[in-house]
Design a protein around this ligand. Structure first.
Ligand SMILES: NC(=O)c1ccc[n+]([C@@H]2O[C@H](COP(=O)([O-])OP(=O)(O)OC[C@H]3O[C@@H](n4cnc5c(N)ncnc54)[C@H](O)[C@@H]3O)[C@@H](O)[C@H]2O)c1
Length: 375
Protein backbone atom coordinates (compact mmCIF):
# COMPACT_ATOMS: atom_id res chain seq x y z
CA UNK A 1 0.00 0.00 0.00
CA UNK A 2 1.37 3.42 -0.96
CA UNK A 3 0.82 6.63 1.00
CA UNK A 4 -2.70 7.72 0.24
CA UNK A 5 -3.09 11.18 -1.08
CA UNK A 6 -2.97 13.40 1.93
CA UNK A 7 -6.11 15.42 1.27
CA UNK A 8 -8.22 12.51 0.09
CA UNK A 9 -10.70 11.01 2.53
CA UNK A 10 -10.46 7.22 2.45
CA UNK A 11 -13.31 4.92 3.33
CA UNK A 12 -12.86 1.48 4.90
CA UNK A 13 -15.98 -0.67 5.10
CA UNK A 14 -16.44 -2.95 8.10
CA UNK A 15 -18.84 -5.77 7.31
CA UNK A 16 -19.92 -7.92 10.24
CA UNK A 17 -22.73 -10.48 10.41
CA UNK A 18 -25.17 -7.96 11.83
CA UNK A 19 -24.15 -4.68 10.29
CA UNK A 20 -21.95 -2.75 7.89
CA UNK A 21 -20.38 0.61 8.65
CA UNK A 22 -17.75 2.96 7.25
CA UNK A 23 -14.55 4.30 8.77
CA UNK A 24 -13.69 7.65 7.20
CA UNK A 25 -9.99 8.43 7.41
CA UNK A 26 -8.44 11.72 6.34
CA UNK A 27 -7.39 15.23 7.12
CA UNK A 28 -10.66 17.06 7.79
CA UNK A 29 -12.92 13.98 7.55
CA UNK A 30 -14.98 15.40 10.45
CA UNK A 31 -16.61 17.78 7.96
CA UNK A 32 -18.59 14.76 6.69
CA UNK A 33 -20.28 14.27 10.07
CA UNK A 34 -23.48 16.22 9.33
CA UNK A 35 -24.16 14.46 6.03
CA UNK A 36 -23.40 11.05 7.53
CA UNK A 37 -25.69 11.53 10.56
CA UNK A 38 -28.46 12.51 8.18
CA UNK A 39 -27.87 9.42 6.08
CA UNK A 40 -27.15 6.80 8.76
CA UNK A 41 -29.43 7.95 11.57
CA UNK A 42 -32.27 9.69 9.68
CA UNK A 43 -34.74 9.67 12.60
CA UNK A 44 -32.39 11.23 15.14
CA UNK A 45 -33.63 14.29 16.96
CA UNK A 46 -31.39 14.41 20.03
CA UNK A 47 -27.65 13.86 20.16
CA UNK A 48 -25.52 13.35 23.27
CA UNK A 49 -21.95 14.39 22.44
CA UNK A 50 -19.49 12.91 24.90
CA UNK A 51 -16.32 14.99 24.68
CA UNK A 52 -12.89 14.25 26.03
CA UNK A 53 -11.92 17.36 28.01
CA UNK A 54 -8.53 17.57 26.30
CA UNK A 55 -9.85 17.74 22.74
CA UNK A 56 -9.13 21.35 21.68
CA UNK A 57 -12.09 23.75 21.69
CA UNK A 58 -11.69 24.52 18.02
CA UNK A 59 -12.82 20.95 17.20
CA UNK A 60 -15.59 20.99 19.77
CA UNK A 61 -16.99 24.20 18.29
CA UNK A 62 -16.77 22.76 14.80
CA UNK A 63 -18.65 19.60 15.82
CA UNK A 64 -21.37 21.58 17.62
CA UNK A 65 -21.77 23.75 14.52
CA UNK A 66 -22.06 20.71 12.26
CA UNK A 67 -24.84 19.33 14.47
CA UNK A 68 -26.73 22.56 15.06
CA UNK A 69 -29.96 21.34 13.49
CA UNK A 70 -30.27 18.73 16.29
CA UNK A 71 -31.01 19.16 19.96
CA UNK A 72 -27.57 18.54 21.43
CA UNK A 73 -26.58 17.60 24.95
CA UNK A 74 -22.91 18.01 25.81
CA UNK A 75 -20.91 16.05 28.36
CA UNK A 76 -17.24 16.86 28.89
CA UNK A 77 -15.26 14.22 30.76
CA UNK A 78 -11.74 14.16 32.05
CA UNK A 79 -10.63 10.71 30.91
CA UNK A 80 -8.98 8.22 33.22
CA UNK A 81 -9.25 4.46 33.61
CA UNK A 82 -11.34 5.27 36.68
CA UNK A 83 -13.99 6.88 34.44
CA UNK A 84 -14.45 3.41 32.93
CA UNK A 85 -16.49 2.39 35.93
CA UNK A 86 -19.99 1.00 36.24
CA UNK A 87 -21.26 3.81 38.50
CA UNK A 88 -20.30 6.42 35.89
CA UNK A 89 -22.14 4.36 33.27
CA UNK A 90 -25.22 4.46 35.44
CA UNK A 91 -25.00 8.24 35.90
CA UNK A 92 -24.78 8.84 32.14
CA UNK A 93 -27.66 6.45 31.44
CA UNK A 94 -29.86 8.20 33.99
CA UNK A 95 -28.97 11.51 32.31
CA UNK A 96 -30.13 10.17 28.93
CA UNK A 97 -33.34 8.82 30.46
CA UNK A 98 -34.02 12.13 32.20
CA UNK A 99 -33.59 13.94 28.88
CA UNK A 100 -35.97 11.50 27.17
CA UNK A 101 -33.56 10.01 24.66
CA UNK A 102 -34.94 7.13 22.63
CA UNK A 103 -33.34 4.50 20.42
CA UNK A 104 -33.56 6.64 17.27
CA UNK A 105 -31.43 9.27 18.94
CA UNK A 106 -27.67 9.22 18.91
CA UNK A 107 -24.60 9.14 21.15
CA UNK A 108 -21.36 10.48 19.67
CA UNK A 109 -18.03 9.88 21.43
CA UNK A 110 -15.29 12.41 20.66
CA UNK A 111 -12.10 11.41 22.41
CA UNK A 112 -9.53 8.73 23.07
CA UNK A 113 -10.09 5.06 23.82
CA UNK A 114 -11.40 5.75 27.30
CA UNK A 115 -14.21 8.03 26.12
CA UNK A 116 -14.94 5.64 23.21
CA UNK A 117 -15.09 2.46 25.35
CA UNK A 118 -17.18 4.16 28.03
CA UNK A 119 -19.68 5.92 25.70
CA UNK A 120 -19.96 2.87 23.43
CA UNK A 121 -20.87 0.71 26.41
CA UNK A 122 -23.50 3.22 27.56
CA UNK A 123 -24.92 3.31 24.01
CA UNK A 124 -25.03 -0.49 23.86
CA UNK A 125 -27.13 -0.94 27.00
CA UNK A 126 -29.29 2.21 26.90
CA UNK A 127 -32.79 0.96 25.97
CA UNK A 128 -31.01 -2.14 24.55
CA UNK A 129 -28.99 -0.06 22.12
CA UNK A 130 -29.06 3.51 20.85
CA UNK A 131 -27.25 4.72 17.69
CA UNK A 132 -23.55 5.27 18.30
CA UNK A 133 -20.86 7.14 16.34
CA UNK A 134 -17.21 7.13 17.34
CA UNK A 135 -14.87 10.04 16.58
CA UNK A 136 -11.49 8.86 17.89
CA UNK A 137 -9.06 11.67 18.67
CA UNK A 138 -5.92 9.84 19.85
CA UNK A 139 -3.59 7.83 17.65
CA UNK A 140 -4.33 4.72 19.72
CA UNK A 141 -8.08 5.16 19.33
CA UNK A 142 -7.82 5.78 15.58
CA UNK A 143 -5.65 2.75 14.91
CA UNK A 144 -7.32 0.42 17.36
CA UNK A 145 -9.96 1.04 20.00
CA UNK A 146 -12.57 2.76 17.81
CA UNK A 147 -12.66 -0.19 15.42
CA UNK A 148 -14.28 -3.52 16.05
CA UNK A 149 -17.13 -2.84 18.44
CA UNK A 150 -15.60 -3.79 21.77
CA UNK A 151 -16.96 -1.49 24.46
CA UNK A 152 -16.61 -1.69 28.20
CA UNK A 153 -15.53 -0.58 31.63
CA UNK A 154 -13.21 -1.91 34.31
CA UNK A 155 -13.99 -3.90 37.44
CA UNK A 156 -11.95 -3.55 40.60
CA UNK A 157 -10.83 -7.10 39.82
CA UNK A 158 -9.57 -6.42 36.36
CA UNK A 159 -9.48 -4.47 33.16
CA UNK A 160 -12.48 -4.27 30.76
CA UNK A 161 -14.30 -7.09 32.57
CA UNK A 162 -17.72 -5.50 32.04
CA UNK A 163 -18.66 -4.84 28.44
CA UNK A 164 -20.35 -5.66 25.20
CA UNK A 165 -19.79 -6.09 21.49
CA UNK A 166 -21.60 -3.17 19.91
CA UNK A 167 -20.78 -1.84 16.46
CA UNK A 168 -21.02 1.89 15.78
CA UNK A 169 -22.94 3.35 12.85
CA UNK A 170 -19.82 5.21 11.77
CA UNK A 171 -16.22 5.95 12.74
CA UNK A 172 -14.58 9.22 11.71
CA UNK A 173 -10.80 9.26 12.09
CA UNK A 174 -9.78 12.83 11.37
CA UNK A 175 -5.98 12.99 11.29
CA UNK A 176 -5.92 16.71 12.05
CA UNK A 177 -7.22 15.93 15.56
CA UNK A 178 -3.82 14.39 16.29
CA UNK A 179 -2.07 17.79 16.01
CA UNK A 180 -2.63 18.55 19.67
CA UNK A 181 -1.70 15.12 21.01
CA UNK A 182 1.12 15.02 23.60
CA UNK A 183 4.25 12.99 22.83
CA UNK A 184 3.31 10.37 25.46
CA UNK A 185 0.15 9.57 23.49
CA UNK A 186 2.08 9.06 20.24
CA UNK A 187 4.15 6.46 22.07
CA UNK A 188 0.93 4.70 23.14
CA UNK A 189 -0.47 4.66 19.60
CA UNK A 190 2.90 3.48 18.33
CA UNK A 191 2.53 0.40 20.56
CA UNK A 192 -0.68 -0.73 18.88
CA UNK A 193 0.69 0.05 15.41
CA UNK A 194 3.77 -2.03 16.16
CA UNK A 195 1.43 -4.81 17.33
CA UNK A 196 -0.26 -5.07 13.91
CA UNK A 197 3.09 -5.33 12.21
CA UNK A 198 4.33 -8.00 14.61
CA UNK A 199 1.24 -10.19 14.43
CA UNK A 200 0.44 -9.94 10.74
CA UNK A 201 2.40 -7.62 8.54
CA UNK A 202 6.16 -7.95 8.11
CA UNK A 203 6.34 -5.27 5.40
CA UNK A 204 4.63 -2.85 7.77
CA UNK A 205 7.22 -3.78 10.41
CA UNK A 206 10.01 -2.84 7.99
CA UNK A 207 8.31 0.50 7.36
CA UNK A 208 7.92 1.15 11.09
CA UNK A 209 11.53 0.15 11.77
CA UNK A 210 12.78 2.57 9.13
CA UNK A 211 10.52 5.46 10.13
CA UNK A 212 10.11 5.03 13.89
CA UNK A 213 11.71 8.37 14.82
CA UNK A 214 9.56 10.28 12.35
CA UNK A 215 6.42 8.44 13.47
CA UNK A 216 7.06 9.27 17.10
CA UNK A 217 7.58 12.95 16.32
CA UNK A 218 3.92 12.90 15.26
CA UNK A 219 4.18 15.87 12.95
CA UNK A 220 3.97 14.27 9.53
CA UNK A 221 0.28 14.05 8.70
CA UNK A 222 0.80 11.92 5.57
CA UNK A 223 2.68 9.31 7.58
CA UNK A 224 0.03 9.42 10.30
CA UNK A 225 -2.73 8.94 7.76
CA UNK A 226 -0.87 5.99 6.26
CA UNK A 227 -0.44 4.42 9.73
CA UNK A 228 -4.12 4.88 10.60
CA UNK A 229 -5.26 3.41 7.28
CA UNK A 230 -2.95 0.42 7.32
CA UNK A 231 -3.56 -0.36 10.99
CA UNK A 232 -7.33 0.03 10.60
CA UNK A 233 -7.32 -2.37 7.64
CA UNK A 234 -5.30 -4.87 9.65
CA UNK A 235 -7.73 -4.63 12.55
CA UNK A 236 -10.78 -4.92 10.29
CA UNK A 237 -9.28 -8.12 8.87
CA UNK A 238 -9.42 -9.75 12.32
CA UNK A 239 -12.80 -8.27 13.28
CA UNK A 240 -14.50 -9.51 10.12
CA UNK A 241 -13.04 -12.98 10.62
CA UNK A 242 -14.18 -13.27 14.23
CA UNK A 243 -16.38 -10.44 15.50
CA UNK A 244 -17.09 -11.92 18.95
CA UNK A 245 -13.51 -13.00 19.65
CA UNK A 246 -13.97 -16.72 19.81
CA UNK A 247 -10.74 -17.51 17.99
CA UNK A 248 -8.80 -15.55 15.37
CA UNK A 249 -9.45 -12.11 16.89
CA UNK A 250 -7.60 -13.25 20.02
CA UNK A 251 -4.37 -12.73 18.06
CA UNK A 252 -4.96 -9.01 18.59
CA UNK A 253 -4.34 -9.65 22.27
CA UNK A 254 -0.64 -10.15 21.66
CA UNK A 255 1.05 -8.40 24.64
CA UNK A 256 -2.34 -7.42 26.07
CA UNK A 257 -2.72 -10.22 28.61
CA UNK A 258 0.47 -8.97 30.24
CA UNK A 259 -0.69 -5.37 29.77
CA UNK A 260 -3.99 -5.97 31.52
CA UNK A 261 -2.17 -7.61 34.43
CA UNK A 262 0.20 -4.64 34.61
CA UNK A 263 -2.63 -2.08 34.52
CA UNK A 264 -4.62 -3.92 37.18
CA UNK A 265 -1.58 -4.34 39.40
CA UNK A 266 -0.98 -0.60 39.05
CA UNK A 267 -4.59 -0.07 40.16
CA UNK A 268 -5.27 1.83 36.90
CA UNK A 269 -3.30 4.90 38.04
CA UNK A 270 -1.92 7.30 35.43
CA UNK A 271 1.65 6.29 36.33
CA UNK A 272 1.43 3.84 33.47
CA UNK A 273 -1.30 4.06 30.86
CA UNK A 274 -2.75 1.43 28.54
CA UNK A 275 -0.47 2.03 25.55
CA UNK A 276 2.68 1.95 27.71
CA UNK A 277 1.53 -1.28 29.36
CA UNK A 278 0.93 -2.76 25.89
CA UNK A 279 4.46 -1.83 24.79
CA UNK A 280 5.95 -3.52 27.85
CA UNK A 281 3.54 -6.46 27.44
CA UNK A 282 4.59 -7.09 23.83
CA UNK A 283 8.26 -7.12 24.77
CA UNK A 284 7.52 -9.51 27.64
CA UNK A 285 5.53 -11.77 25.31
CA UNK A 286 8.42 -11.77 22.82
CA UNK A 287 10.94 -12.61 25.55
CA UNK A 288 8.71 -15.40 26.79
CA UNK A 289 8.48 -16.66 23.19
CA UNK A 290 12.26 -16.72 22.97
CA UNK A 291 12.71 -18.50 26.34
CA UNK A 292 10.27 -21.17 25.15
CA UNK A 293 12.02 -21.60 21.77
CA UNK A 294 9.02 -20.22 19.91
CA UNK A 295 10.92 -17.32 18.30
CA UNK A 296 14.59 -16.84 17.53
CA UNK A 297 17.07 -14.57 19.29
CA UNK A 298 17.30 -12.61 16.03
CA UNK A 299 13.57 -11.83 16.17
CA UNK A 300 13.81 -10.73 19.80
CA UNK A 301 16.85 -8.55 19.09
CA UNK A 302 15.27 -6.93 16.06
CA UNK A 303 12.26 -5.90 18.14
CA UNK A 304 14.36 -4.85 21.12
CA UNK A 305 16.37 -2.55 18.87
CA UNK A 306 13.25 -0.46 18.14
CA UNK A 307 12.58 -0.15 21.88
CA UNK A 308 16.14 0.87 22.69
CA UNK A 309 16.63 3.35 19.86
CA UNK A 310 13.33 5.10 20.64
CA UNK A 311 13.57 4.79 24.44
CA UNK A 312 10.19 3.04 24.53
CA UNK A 313 8.76 1.78 27.84
CA UNK A 314 10.27 -1.64 28.44
CA UNK A 315 11.09 -2.11 32.12
CA UNK A 316 8.42 -3.00 34.65
CA UNK A 317 10.51 -1.88 37.62
CA UNK A 318 10.51 1.69 36.29
CA UNK A 319 6.75 1.82 36.95
CA UNK A 320 5.90 -0.82 39.55
CA UNK A 321 7.13 -1.90 42.97
CA UNK A 322 8.38 -5.45 43.47
CA UNK A 323 5.15 -6.43 45.23
CA UNK A 324 3.08 -5.16 42.30
CA UNK A 325 5.26 -7.04 39.79
CA UNK A 326 4.77 -10.22 41.81
CA UNK A 327 1.02 -9.72 41.60
CA UNK A 328 0.80 -9.43 37.79
CA UNK A 329 0.53 -13.13 36.92
CA UNK A 330 -2.33 -13.62 39.42
CA UNK A 331 -4.22 -10.75 37.80
CA UNK A 332 -3.52 -12.14 34.31
CA UNK A 333 -5.50 -15.24 35.13
CA UNK A 334 -8.56 -13.05 35.62
CA UNK A 335 -8.29 -11.81 32.04
CA UNK A 336 -11.55 -12.54 30.26
CA UNK A 337 -9.88 -14.60 27.56
CA UNK A 338 -9.00 -17.31 30.07
CA UNK A 339 -11.38 -20.18 30.58
CA UNK A 340 -9.56 -21.99 33.37
CA UNK A 341 -6.88 -21.45 36.00
CA UNK A 342 -4.19 -21.16 33.35
CA UNK A 343 -3.12 -18.07 31.47
CA UNK A 344 -3.82 -18.22 27.76
CA UNK A 345 -1.18 -16.35 25.77
CA UNK A 346 -0.53 -15.31 22.21
CA UNK A 347 3.21 -15.60 21.62
CA UNK A 348 5.37 -14.68 18.64
CA UNK A 349 6.82 -17.21 16.19
CA UNK A 350 8.50 -14.64 13.96
CA UNK A 351 7.77 -11.10 12.81
CA UNK A 352 4.34 -11.27 11.16
CA UNK A 353 3.30 -14.60 12.70
CA UNK A 354 1.96 -15.53 16.14
CA UNK A 355 1.06 -18.80 17.83
CA UNK A 356 -2.48 -20.12 17.28
CA UNK A 357 -5.10 -18.83 19.77
CA UNK A 358 -5.69 -21.27 22.62
CA UNK A 359 -2.46 -23.20 21.95
CA UNK A 360 -0.25 -21.69 24.65
CA UNK A 361 -1.45 -21.94 28.22
CA UNK A 362 0.81 -21.42 31.22
CA UNK A 363 0.34 -21.67 34.95
CA UNK A 364 0.34 -18.55 37.11
CA UNK A 365 3.55 -19.79 38.75
CA UNK A 366 5.34 -20.27 35.45
CA UNK A 367 4.46 -16.75 34.26
CA UNK A 368 5.23 -15.35 37.75
CA UNK A 369 8.69 -16.96 37.75
CA UNK A 370 9.40 -15.63 34.28
CA UNK A 371 8.52 -12.09 35.43
CA UNK A 372 10.75 -12.43 38.50
CA UNK A 373 13.61 -13.73 36.37
CA UNK A 374 13.66 -10.91 33.86
CA UNK A 375 13.15 -8.01 36.27
N1 LIG B 1 -12.26 -1.22 22.59
C1 LIG B 1 -11.12 -1.66 22.14
O1 LIG B 1 -11.06 -2.51 21.24
C2 LIG B 1 -9.85 -1.14 22.73
C3 LIG B 1 -8.62 -1.39 22.11
C4 LIG B 1 -7.47 -0.80 22.64
C5 LIG B 1 -7.56 0.00 23.76
N2 LIG B 1 -8.77 0.21 24.35
C6 LIG B 1 -8.88 1.07 25.53
O2 LIG B 1 -8.53 2.39 25.15
C7 LIG B 1 -8.08 3.09 26.31
C8 LIG B 1 -6.83 3.86 25.97
O3 LIG B 1 -7.12 4.80 24.98
P1 LIG B 1 -6.18 6.05 24.69
O4 LIG B 1 -4.78 5.62 24.61
O5 LIG B 1 -6.77 6.81 23.58
O6 LIG B 1 -6.25 6.87 26.07
P2 LIG B 1 -7.16 8.07 26.59
O7 LIG B 1 -8.54 7.94 26.16
O8 LIG B 1 -6.86 8.19 28.03
O9 LIG B 1 -6.50 9.35 25.88
C9 LIG B 1 -5.18 9.66 26.16
C10 LIG B 1 -5.00 11.12 26.54
O10 LIG B 1 -5.09 11.93 25.38
C11 LIG B 1 -6.00 13.02 25.62
N3 LIG B 1 -6.55 13.41 24.32
C12 LIG B 1 -7.49 12.77 23.59
N4 LIG B 1 -7.63 13.36 22.39
C13 LIG B 1 -6.78 14.41 22.38
C14 LIG B 1 -6.44 15.39 21.40
N5 LIG B 1 -6.97 15.38 20.18
N6 LIG B 1 -5.52 16.32 21.73
C15 LIG B 1 -4.92 16.33 22.96
N7 LIG B 1 -5.18 15.41 23.90
C16 LIG B 1 -6.09 14.45 23.61
C17 LIG B 1 -6.96 12.45 26.61
O11 LIG B 1 -7.65 13.45 27.31
C18 LIG B 1 -6.04 11.64 27.51
O12 LIG B 1 -5.43 12.48 28.44
C19 LIG B 1 -7.88 2.05 27.39
O13 LIG B 1 -8.90 2.15 28.34
C20 LIG B 1 -7.95 0.74 26.64
O14 LIG B 1 -8.43 -0.31 27.44
C21 LIG B 1 -9.90 -0.34 23.86
Amino acid sequence: MKYSKFMKIDKIIVKTKETTYPILVGNGSISLLKKQVNKLCPNTKKIAVIFDKNVPNIFKTKIKKLLKKYKIFIKDYSPSERLKNFSNVNILIEYLIKNKFNRNDLVIAVGGGIIGDFSGFVASIFKRGINFINVPTTLLAQVDSAIGGKTGVNSKNGKNLIGSFYQPKLVISDISFLNSLPKREFICGFGEILKYSLIKDQKFFNFIKKNSKQILKGNNLSILKYLVLRSSRNKVHFVIADEKESNKRMILNFGHTFAHGIESSNNFSKKINHGEAVLIGMLLATKLSFYNNICSLKTLEEIEKIYVSNKLPSKLNKYLKKKQINNISKLMVNDKKNDDEKISLILLKRIGKTTTPGKIKMSVDKVGNFLKKIN
